[in-house]
Design a protein around this ligand. Structure first.
Ligand code: SIN
Length: 287
């Protein structure tokens, strides 16, 4: 079957907009086309979708086994695999996570088999704020001086979900009273991964450390480790290495966590609604 998929690559060398498909009607051929596009462009912005949580779940399962996120309090009421990211409130409480992803990260890098791709669908968007930015970690690696590439080639780093043990990140005010329960008690034991990973499908090398989840480099003095990590973060997050996505209602964005990191940019004014559904597809052990 020929697929009428209109792919429009973005200008900065990664990312692509896709028009003209309906994700409630996917088949094997469309799934293969999308997978090939994801490997090529790293992030796909599929416009004009309108998927219910169960339709998103069905579409997501086409990419592989789904993971249940540790943010269990923010699960969709009918589907534990769907996390609700929202500024909507009921009885004075958010009905999902209002500020997930507020530091640069790669999803679930704190477990043995981190996320392959994340699927985020914009159900409602705010007039202002709420962008998501992506940094290209293939390019971050390529941009490093040879000396640094040599220095980091066999290094491994420890990653954790627990905000309480990472001095680089703050606990949001809304969770201050439950910080131990929310982050320490729910955190799986830290996972150790290579600082430079090889993408299992493209074979390309990508930097694999982030400010949110990477605690430090194994067998290195903590101060030296932090100094080196800051150097790597600076290269990865330089403006020319970033695509900043301004959401439109109906966007469904899929990104490859094995070669990108991302951040929720925030800035939604109080009272405005940003409401999204997120699913995560399990990947392999990084090497
Ligand atoms: C995330 O990091 O999973 C959420 C990103 C966003 O809401 O922009």
């Amino acid at each position: 079957m020929d697929i009428e998929m209109d792919i429009r690559p973005l200008e900065n060398g990664f990312g692509s907009e896709i028009w003209g498909i309906n994700l409630t009607k996917t088949d094997g051929a469309l799934q293969r086309e999308l997978r090939a596009a994801l490997l090529r462009y790293q992030v796909l912005i599929i416009r004009e979708q309108n998927l219910s949580a169960s339709q998103q779940l069905a579409f997501s399962k086409g990419w592989g086994p789904l993971d249940i996120h540790v943010q269990v309090k923010d699960q969709h009421p009918d589907h534990e695999e769907v996390i609700v990211l929202t500024t909507k409130m009921k009885d004075g409480k958010y009905i999902g996570a209002p500020h997930a992803g507020d530091y640069w990260h790669s999803d679930l890098s704190y477990v043995e088999t981190p996320t392959f791709c994340t699927i985020l669908h914009a159900i409602e968007v705010a007039e202002e704020g709420g962008d998501t930015a992506f940094a290209n970690m293939y390019r971050a690696y390529e941009l490093l001086p040879e000396k640094t590439k040599n220095r980091i080639k066999n290094l491994r780093a420890r990653h954790s979900y627990d905000r309480n043990i990472n001095p680089r990140v703050a606990v949001p005010d809304t969770h201050a009273a439950v910080a131990k329960e929310r982050y320490s008690d729910r955190s799986p034991p830290p996972a150790v991964h290579p600082v430079v990973r090889t993408h299992p499908e493209t074979g390309k090398k990508a930097l694999y450390v982030t400010e949110r989840f990477t605690l430090g480099i194994e067998d290195m003095d903590p101060e030296l480790s932090e100094f080196l990590l800051q150097e790597l973060f600076e290269v990865a997050s330089q403006p020319s290495n970033i695509y900043r996505h301004k959401w439109r209602k109906g966007d469904l964005v899929i990104w490859d966590n094995r070669c990108l990191m991302h951040i929720a940019c925030g800035g939604v004014p109080k009272g405005q609604i940003r409401h999204m559904h997120r699913t995560i597809v399990r990947g392999d052990k990084p090497y």
